[in-house]
Design a protein around this ligand. Sequence first.
Ligand SMILES: [Zn+2]
Length: 614
Amino acid sequence: MVDQDVERDEDGSFGSRIKDYIMSKVPENIDRAQPVWDIAKRYHRTEHGTPLIWDRQPYLPPLYKMWPERPPKGMRVVIKKVPQEGISELALCVMFTYAGEFGARMYYVLPKYEHRNRFVAGRVDKCIAFTDRYKQRMAFAAVRKDGMAMKHFGRKGAVIFPSSNVRNDFISFGVDIAIIDEVNECVMENVALVDDRMAGFDSWRVRFDISTPTLKSEGISPMFDKSDQRHWHVPCDKCGEHQILDFWENVVERSQREGAYVLRDKVWRPNTQDIDIDIFCKHCGDAMNRNAIGEWKATRPGRPTIGFHMSKLYSGSRSMWETWEQYQRATTDPTQEIVFYNSYLGEDYSGGNVAFTLELLDKCSKREDEGYLMPDGLPDGPWEVAAGVDVGSRLHVTIFLRDKAWLRTVYIGTIQNDENAGDNLIRLLNAFRVTKVVMDADPETNLLLTLKSRLNQSSSIRLWSCRFQQDDYRDIRLNAREAHLTVDRTYAMDQSLSIANSGELLIPHNWRGIGAGEFPDSMCGPTRVREETTRGPRWRWSSTKDDHYRLAFTYAWIATTLMPPRVETDFSTGGDIDGGRVFTGDIPEDPFAIGFGSETNSRFFGDGGSGRFF
Ligand SMILES: [Zn+2]
């Protein structure tokens, strides 16, 4: 271990001299031209104690090889990526190499303490435990007090781990390199302090930003846009053309139906997931291997910032059928659409179907050739019927009849909120054979309490109160004892829009006149908007003064989720995602096929003439 020529300190220990000796030997041990690559390849062990292997990720080694012993002053690297592609492992190797081998002082910034603590305990500490070289670098640190916030290496190497949301974490400590991980979740006004911390004359001023993108104008996306924009170009095995893989060109093509895409692979069938979907060359049209060894090429060569874009299309960490399934979910659900762009394509998200429009309502009214009018009630039958009630000076009520193919809106209307409101509502629910009702719990009125006690103990109708909250939790929380539920408002509004986008919703053909035109205005009023919060951007549905029909509609959707699950959709015969659904099992007889609904329906449910029928 220690050569004979190392002198001992006066107290007989090797003391400071051994540190100098070991540190002086370090640069000779590793490849100075590509030290990060050398450390990663020869020494680094992951949190699982395994060496790094890039056989199936040929796009990764160039990201390790580009770091020289002394990076050029002001070097900037930006990686716009999809999750779980091993980029944090790269960042760790950069950190251990420069702090451990070359005495750099660094920031490794993460969004919050939770991220930071998880990362330091789960990744950094485990890598150190499994990697002898890192242990050795730490053993000879001048300072031995290390924890979650800071690690010391060698004589002057040190890494501080600030949380982006804590301004005081960006202590006055001159640094050479700043790594910002998950930029889009970070509090950017604090992150901006890292540039101050690199302002010193001696600082290397190297900055390395990493993130999954979110929106076009946020975080990593504008950084990448200003970079030299390197993309992984994959060669076609047939014609040799190198190309950037593009979902819209290599994977799908426009179908004859407006706005719809179909797979270019005409042979692949669902439920044959061991055979993956083929992608096709943009140039010669032949099937090509997306995992072929390609090369990074800059779209804007010569720009000082080095930028990389990573997508699941070439990384192979997702199969193409998983990507295709995510795309299909995205066509009807805005939240899933964001996931598709950000986490599969590594692209920012810039919009989509994020509100009801008159066109969409029109489409929902024309999914059946004839269209229909709302009936006065339903006969006895095996119906699954759910209602939503929004409480205000009037009760806005929406009722859905669910069969095996559709969610049919059989009632949209209002009831005066007077002393007869409870009786009128119960008559309406009985006439439509409703079994599940979800009603607005804000404010909790006597009406709600009275209805709960009248219905929940002694009728086939179960009434749930509902309170919206903002909590990112993408499901509905039920308190069965209280018949109360809570749900994230954005999620509920998204999902109730998604039934319209998915082709499942039917509305009556006279929808434009419902509520003397209030219904379409109310449905189209709320839109999905971005909201800046201290935790980064969040989506929220705007409130409008007259959004009662939209809310009743949302409550009715929530009520449908309380029904027993529908018979599984069978896509094995190649179901079309819009309208051409194929279902197994028998479809219950449709009341609309037996003459329900006509222009001459009388109105008799306390609507006070506000008008269900026109
Ligand atoms: Zn080709």
